[in-house]
Design a protein around this ligand. Structure first.
Ligand code: EPZ
Length: 417
């Protein structure tokens, strides 16, 4: 199933239950390598990226039992420190195997990670900052050979660029290192807060996660325990956009409104009525054409780059002109030419795009290229006139649990045959 057939002119409305966060679950899964005891993790999303992470851990020797959205993981029997190329290459998150293997075995040999082609996706910040903790690194034929003589030693680190991935790598290297590690200019995403809460529950000593300065005092060992993954803020934002672009309304349940402040502000600016509660968000855009909104992506708590494509679609059918600036990734407009094929009026100017809203989009045979772009093109098909054929949809299942099923329950008609 690599194609979807999407009927257009739909109003998307109703209730959707949000799944666990892909970008919180992935680092937490790999951190279990640090703990040689059983850990129970619930609210795990059923995604291909997660199943690849589980395959990687099993390949290393971890014992994993999965019952629906709950996993019991014991990595005590891990005895391999060189995971296979074909799995490492599939996901960006596989880079987070490196530091825990180093902490556990004092050595690791891993291939470069994969990930959406939204930029070059370098890992220089991961490697450069690991070496400050005493890690020796040799790069040879697409392989990273890393080792540490005795133990990792805490130190002060200033991240020259805000990086979610590199911040996570440094947290995982420092929790069992000797002494204090300070990470300045750290990423502040909710997924980093969830990771540090998980590790602190198991005996770590991390303070300041969620701010740009994180303090980690190394401890001698971590213990078993349990954790529930936070809701997926990007899945939530994607469904809010689904209702907003189709003049519908939606109730997103089991989510966390405080993780979406900037997104909700922009939706209100576009004319949506938003109500929020402890774990729900309601959006009403019935009988309203959205107003266009200018977007400029930045690290959390700024506007999330993972919501950039979805807001380009909103602006494509909104009233007026708008500018969308992508400041995180250098190649995150791959979906734009497909929207133009559907009648959108968009001009790309280096790091930004200029959108002029049109009344209608029209179905076409289009193709996806990355995860968030794919979700955006599915939503475009739902509101376009006619039936859209979308190919290369394998990206979707990497990051959205039952996306078509959830949309069909909201009134879409998406089939894979
Ligand atoms: C994480 O990617 C997320 N992926 C991305 O979500 C998200 O868009 C991104 O953080 C937001 O910053 C996962 O959590 C699996 P970065 P990551 O390191 O860690 C540069 C999705 O759709 N950089 O924060 O790869 C990098 O090129 C995905 O769910 C370096 O230069 O992102 C980028 O320009 C897409 N050197 C910027 O930093 C490095 O060593 C931010 O990247 C690392 C990063």
């Amino acid at each position: 199933m690599n194609k979807l057939y999407i009927e257009g002119s739909k109003k998307l409305q109703g209730t959707v239950v949000i799944s666990g966060s892909k970008n919180a679950a992935l680092p937490i899964l790999f951190m279990t390598i640090l703990i040689p005891e059983t850990i129970k993790i619930s609210n795990i999303p059923e995604l291909t990226d997660v199943s690849i992470a589980i395959k990687l851990l099993k390949h290393l020797g971890a014992k994993i039992i999965q019952k629906k959205k709950t996993l019991w993981i014991n990595t005590k029997s891990i005895n391999i420190f060189c995971p296979p190329y074909y799995l490492m290459k599939k996901i960006r998150a596989s880079i987070w195997i490196l530091a825990p293997l180093l902490v556990r075995f004092r050595k690791a040999k891993i291939f470069f990670p994969g990930g959406c082609k939204i930029g070059s996706r370098p890992i220089n910040l991961h490697l450069k900052n690991l070496s400050k903790l005493g890690v020796k690194i040799i790069l040879r034929n697409n392989c990273i050979m890393a080792s540490v003589d005795n133990f990792l030693k805490g130190t002060s680190i200033f991240m020259e660029k805000v990086s979610v991935g590199a911040t996570i790598t440094m947290i995982s290297a420092a929790v069992l290192a000797k002494g204090l590690t300070i990470i300045e200019n750290a990423a502040q995403e909710p997924e980093i807060v969830d990771l540090s809460e998980f590790l602190n529950k198991l005996g770590a000593n991390i303070k300041g996660a969620g701010s740009n300065k994180i303090f980690i005092i190394g401890v001698s060992r971590l213990f078993g325990g349990s954790h529930k993954i936070i809701p997926d803020r990007i899945e939530t934002g994607t469904f809010l956009i689904a209702a907003a672009i189709s003049q519908g309304y939606i109730l997103c349940k089991k989510t966390e409104p405080k993780h979406l402040k900037k997104v909700l502000t922009k939706l209100i600016q576009s004319g949506a009525q938003i109500k929020t509660g402890k774990n729900w968000i309601q959006l009403d855009m019935r009988n309203k054409i959205p107003k266009s909104v200018n977007i400029s992506t930045s690290p959390y708590p700024g506007f999330p780059t993972d919501m950039q494509p979805q807001f380009t679609l909103l602006n494509s059918i909104a009233q007026g002109k708008s500018t969308i600036q992508e400041n995180i990734f250098e190649n995150r407009f791959l979906y734009v030419d497909q929207l133009i094929k559907m009648g959108a009026k968009i001009k790309i100017k280096k790091k930004s795009i200029i959108c002029t809203g049109v009344r209608k989009l029209y179905s076409n045979n289009i193709s996806s290229s990355d995860l968030r772009g794919s979700a955006t093109l599915v939503l475009a098909g739902c509101i376009a006139i006619g039936k859209t054929e979308l190919s290369n949809v394998y990206h979707l299942n990497r990051g959205y649990e039952s996306f078509s099923r959830k949309l069909n329950k909201l009134g879409a008609n998406i089939q894979n045959t």
